[in-house]
Design a protein around this ligand. Sequence first.
Ligand code: AMP
Ligand code: MG
Length: 301
Amino acid sequence: MQTRVLPFSDESIAEAARLVLAGEPVAVPTETVYGLAADATNAEAVAKIYEAKGRPSFNPLIVHVNDLDEAERIGQFDKAARELAIRHWPGPLTLVVPLRPQSRIASIVTAGLPTIGLRVPAHRAMQALLRATERPLAAPSANASGSISATRAEHVLKSLGGRIPLIIDGGPTKRGIESTIIAATGGSLRLLRRGPIEIDAEADSGGRIEAPGQLASHYAPSKPLRLNAASPEADEYLIGFGSIGGDVNLSPSGDLVEAAAHLFDLLHEADASARPRIAVAPVPNSGLGAAINDRLRRAAT
Ligand code: AMP
Ligand code: MG
C-alpha cells in the first residue's frame, strides 16, 4: 500500500473522510499525539487499526467525538463526569463512562467492555475530520506497536508507511503526551492515566479522585473456554473459524480482519447461549491472529 502525506486543508480532510467512510484508518494530528482514526461504528475498520499497528493485544480504544452532546448519546455521564467535560473539552482529557447499550459503537472498540473512553479533541484537523465523517472516531496513537507515539507526520510515516493509505500533516503536535484518563463509572472518579490535565486540581470539582488506578479489567466470558477445538463436545458452544463451522463463525473465509471484528460479539453470544461451556476453533497466529489468540488465552484462564 502506498501511504500519501497531505498537508491539513479542506481538500485533504475531504479525502481522509472519504477513506474513513470506506472503512480505512487514516492518521491525523490531535493536540496530544498523532492518532490513527477509524469509524468506531465499523468493526472491520477498527480491526484494521490493530492490523496496521501490528498490536499483539486488544485494548479499549479512545473514541473521539465532536462535542459533549454526541458523547452523551454514546456514554452515560454522571454529574461529576459532565462537569469535568464542560471544564476541559475540547482538550486532552478522556472520560471513561458506562456505554449506552443502544449506541452503535463496535464491540472491538471497547474490547468487549460495558464502558467507553470518550474525548473531544482540541486540534482543528481532528475536529474537521469528525465533522466531515459525522462518525465517532476510534483513534489510538499512530505508531507501530512497541514504538513511541508520533508527534510529527514524519514519525507516522516512518512507523506506519506502507500500512495506511493517508497521513494528514498538521505539523508537530502541541502536547506530545497522551490524554489524562479519568473513569466515572460509578461513585467516585478514578485516575487511570496521568496526562496533560493536572488532576489534583479536580479533586474539588464534584467527585473525589482516587489514587492512580490501573486499567479496567479485560472482558472475559463467565464460562469455561477451550482453545484449539477441532470439534465441540455435547455441552460446548463452538465458535468456529474458516472451515470449522461452529455454532457461529469468526470468519468462514478465514479472514483475520473479519475475525477480529467479530471476536467480542461472538464471545458475548457464546456467553449468553444455553450451553455451559465454550470452545473455539484454532486461529492462526499470523498478523491479527496474535491479538485474537492473546485475548482467547486470557478468556480461557
Ligand atoms: P490510547 O492508546 O491512547 O488510545 O489509550 C487507550 C487507553 O484508554 C487504554 O489503554 C485504557 O487505559 C483507556 N481506556 C479506553 N477505554 C477504556 C475503557 N472502556 N475502560 C478503561 N480504560 C479505557
Ligand atoms: Mg500508544
